[in-house]
Design a protein around this ligand. Structure first.
Ligand code: AMP
Length: 494
């Protein structure tokens, strides 16, 4: 039984030391190099760190950043990667929550971090030498158990204070063992990474690759910002597997990337937000050989808890199921809310017992012992085939004029329209208005007319706001909070 994720790295390094594990524009790292770099960084940390302590990793995405994360693990610590473009005020809030003793950063960030990190020792990764302390590394490893934390990822909290989702080795082993079987990523596969390392989607890219002996290719961000050449890029780099947020797939489709050059993909996986079937269908046409899988899950259950392999046709206007619980995972609907139990559950919000208690609760199965369950805040329902459908966030279900409305359903209809490239709806409660933001060619009249064909009158948006493009979060999802702020700033009825 795998107890520590490093076992995958060691195994792949033994099997194919010269195979490329990680690569970006700057260069590549083989499995042998990655293992020895992680051990060097781990040995360095061990000289000063307390095993089991948080290590903040403040570096741009790339092979060295992954080596730093794994270096922290070699030292028996857990890591928190941070977005290097995050405002300093947010970094400070995270630091006060996490209280890291060690910070690993790129040299160019060292002085900024030294000013922010208080007591923590800050090391520039470039200054860490090549010494390996095999004895200390082995001693630490002997002491590790699988409930030890592997990482803490910070997600935005509704109160404005970020929540540190703590994930153990055991949860990642459980997830990646399932993924290895269900998704069948082979040794030598080339995974084109989109997700930032501080976003949970990257966990499948990194650990799925380490377990299989595959290669993670970090696609430069500019290709996601200007995706017209994405098809060609994927072809040139021989990418055969992707796991992206649907917004990234939609943007590439809208930019004409698929018509210019069909990507040579064998596996197209997506997770993180609703996948519009219009996007799915365009990609299926462009990559007829590929297997498509919709995955669903929040950071708190280790990335993915349900999956839906796409094996039948869907109309552009259909909603795509999120499917079935992954192995060793239990999904329960409690008053319509998707609740999850299993080994995949987070150990809680780091240093935040109160919010942990609110979100992680005993499941109704009880029976004299406590089975913990995470309340996702998402609404679900089973369709007539027994597949789970995602109905929207609990807080995006609204009541208007007595009607219960899922904003997600309106979005689904909006995004399916031919003239709409991307769409998002929010509710202005004080003004009792449904606001539809969209990027596309259609004007308000034509969109209203088209939506009237598919939605009941009480669900029609009251306001349509056209934008050149919808704003994106650092993860690449539609930034709903930014749209809400914009609306409130300009339009709230006072
Ligand atoms: P995160 O913790 O950033 O991964 O965000 C998790 C949230 O994204 C979930 O609670 C859902 O609201 C949404 N989400 C994730 N995957 C899907 C999916 N396949 N379809 C619809 N929404 C999704």
């Amino acid at each position: 039984m795998t107890r520590c994720v490093l076992a995958w790295l060691e195994q792949s390094a033994r099997r194919a030391p010269q195979a490329v594990a990680l690569e970006d524009e700057q260069g590549a790292m083989t499995y042998a190099q990655l293992l020895s770099r992680a051990r060097q960084i781990g040995s360095h940390l061990l000289r000063h760190a307390v095993t089991g302590a948080p290590v903040l990793v403040y570096m741009d995405k790339g092979p060295e950043c992954v080596a730093a994360m794994l270096g922290a693990v070699c030292a028996g610590c857990f890591y928190t990667p941070l977005d290097t473009s995050m405002p300093e005020a947010r970094v400070e809030r995270i630091l006060s929550q996490l209280e890291p003793q060690r910070v690993l950063c790129a040299a160019r960030y060292a002085s900024r971090l030294r000013a922010l990190a208080g007591e923590a020792r800050v090391d520039a990764i470039e200054e860490i030498g090549e010494t390996e302390d095999a004895g200390s590394l082995a001693a630490v490893r002997r002491e590790m158990i699988d409930t030890d934390l592997l990482y803490v990822l910070f997600t935005s909290g509704s109160t404005g204070t970020p929540k540190g989702v703590s994930i153990s080795h055991r949860a990642v082993v459980d997830f990646i063992d399932w993924a290895a079987e269900a998704l069948a990523i082979p040794a030598g596969a080339r995974i084109g990474n989109q997700a930032p390392l501080y976003f949970d989607n990257s966990v499948l890219d990194i650990y799925g690759a380490l377990r299989a002996g595959a290669c993670v290719h970090f696609i430069p961000n500019r290709h996601f910002l200007f995706p017209a050449g994405m098809g060609q890029y994927l072809r040139d780099e021989r990418i055969d597997t992707i796991f992206w947020v649907p917004s990234a797939l939609t943007a590439a489709m809208n930019a004409g990337a698929l018509e210019r050059c069909a990507p040579p993909l064998k596996r197209v996986f997506f997770c993180g937000e609703v996948m519009p079937c219009k996007t799915l269908n365009a990609w299926r046409r462009a990559c007829p050989e590929a297997r498509f899988v919709n995955m669903y899950g929040p950071t708190e259950i280790t990335d993915v808890c349900t999956w839906f392999p796409v094996e039948r046709e869907f109309a552009d206007t259909d909603a795509l199921p999120i499917g079935f619980a992954c192995a060793n995972t239990r999904v329960t609907l409690v008053e319509g809310e998707i609740c999850v139990s299993g080994t995949c559950l987070s150990s809680g919000y780091y240093n935040d017992p109160e919010r942990t208690r609110e979100a992680f609760v005993p499941s109704p199965r009880g029976g004299g012992v406590t089975e913990w369950m995470y309340k996702t805040g998402d609404l679900g329902a089973y369709n007539e085939r027994g597949e789970l459908m995602f109905l929207g966030r609990r807080d995006s279900q609204i009541k208007r004029h007595g009607y219960r409305i899922e904003l997600g359903e309106i979005e689904c209809a909006l995004c399916a329209l031919e003239d709409v490239r991307a769409g998002c709806c929010l509710y202005d409660a004080p003004g009792e208005r449904i606001v539809a933001f969209y990027a596309g060619e259609g004007d308000e009249r034509s969109l209203r007319r088209a939506l009237r064909q598919v939605l009941p009158k009480y669900m029609l948006p009251d306001v349509f706001l056209r934008k050149d493009a919808l704003p994106a979060t650092g993860n690449g999802k539609i930034d709903r909070m930014a749209l809400k702020r914009e609306w409130e700033h300009e339009h709230t009825v006072r």
